[in-house]
Design a protein around this ligand. Structure first.
Ligand SMILES: Nc1ncnc2c1ncn2[C@@H]1O[C@H](COP(=O)(O)OP(=O)(O)OP(=O)(O)O)[C@@H](O)[C@H]1O
Ligand SMILES: [Mg+2]
Length: 343
């Protein structure tokens, strides 16, 4: 596919008045992706069960959901680290093929991934400088490469001397910033960050998050930010997708999703954020675990934990546009009307 067709086919044209990213070119396009695991002695584990999701240039998309709902499985496929069982991932219009991280075509190196553990992207036996230079490529003359190395370290707030040291000589937060520098070396257009700050203390979290956000704004990068921390996603994401047991059950601009969540699961998650909710406690609806994906409930997957479950929920709810959101709930309108009455 030529760049021209990619640009025309993958441009999200949003209604007037929406933020600029809604009309920006789509960088990452995840189309009807399934991820099945076949562990020995167990049934098929369907970790991702038909997900569609786009990320546009300059857009921060938050992907949230409880542990085990399939976020990392989706992230690995989106980054081309593993193949989907079915479905397609496109980056700038071209299919992402899992060829091995080092053997990817140059265009695909513009899609980078950052992991919870920076060890996922840094080799402990090589100096920081050598690893950053891998991403810079060897076309540049030596002096220009050295200059680029210094720029990269400076960009993530690390001193130039860091280049001669090894990853284990740094703190977790510093290592994560080095991992970001490693990703930046490839001049990415899109970063997939899977719980990038979960392992860090509060001040390192704030540094890494603000670094990622400044890169999105300055370089017009897309960012898929995966986290189970809804309060953090509330602060940084333009749009948020909520995942439950392998499916996206609601997507909306973040501000709206947090102010007026529609799906009972989203309501429960948002209700559990102390900063937003008037009643900061884990709502009863979220009692219990995410079911085992190898034994997913039929119909609506949230049905066994949902306080609003009814007979209609025995059939699977499609994702549909209603109440200014994209939601997979048969009873969305009834629940919204009942909540309004209560208020
Ligand atoms: N290699 C594997 N083999 C079998 N099952 C797997 C494998 N990897 C993940 N799973 C299962 O797939 C489901 C989704 O896992 P995944 O790691 O994608 O969830 P997650 O949303 O990233 O969770 P967390 O928030 O804990 O990181 C889980 O039930 C998990 O046990
Ligand atoms: Mg995960």
């Amino acid at each position: 596919m030529t760049n021209d067709t990619a640009a025309t086919n993958h441009t999200a044209v949003g209604p007037a008045g929406l933020p600029a990213w809604d009309r920006a070119p789509v960088r990452l396009s995840i189309e009807d992706v399934y991820v099945d695991y076949r562990p020995r002695g167990r049934g098929v584990v369907r970790a991702v069960a038909g997900v569609d999701l786009n990320v546009a240039a300059g857009e921060v998309v938050g992907l949230v959901g409880e542990s085990g709902c399939g976020k990392s499985s989706l992230a690995r496929v989106a980054a081309g680290l593993s193949a989907p069982s079915s479905g397609t991932v496109r980056f700038d219009g071209a299919p992402v093929a899992p060829l091995g991280w080092q053997r990817r075509p140059t265009a695909q190196t513009r899609l980078q991934m950052i992991f919870q553990d920076p060890g996922g992207s840094l080799n402990s036996r090589r100096t920081v400088g050598a690893q950053l230079l891998d991403g810079v490529g060897d076309e540049l003359p030596a002096a220009a490469r050295e200059q680029r190395l210094a720029e990269l370290l400076d960009r993530v707030g690390m001193p130039a001397e860091a280049s001669t040291r090894f990853p284990h000589e740094f703190s977790g937060g510093q290592r994560q910033r080095l991992a970001i520098a490693r990703a930046l070396a490839a001049e990415p257009e899109l970063i997939i960050a899977d719980e990038p700050v979960t392992a860090l203390d509060a001040s390192a979290q704030a540094q890494v998050v603000s670094l990622l956000l400044s890169l999105v704004r300055e370089l017009n990068m897309g960012l898929l930010f995966i986290s189970h921390d809804l309060a953090l996603v509330h602060e940084i994401a333009d749009r948020t997708a909520v995942m439950y047991l392998g499916k996206i059950i609601e997507t909306a601009p973040t501000r709206q999703l947090m102010a007026a969540p529609v799906h009972p699961y989203t309501r429960a998650l948002v209700g559990a954020i102390p900063q937003i909710s008037a009643a900061p406690r884990l709502p009863a609806v979220l009692r219990g675990e995410v079911p085992d994906p190898s034994r997913a409930p039929s119909g609506c997957r949230f049905r066994p934990r949902c306080p609003h479950a009814a007979e209609v929920c025995l059939t699977e709810p499609p994702l549909r546009h209603t109440l200014h959101t994209l939601v997979a709930c048969h009873r969305a309108e009834e629940i919204a009307a009942a909540t309004e009455e209560e208020m």
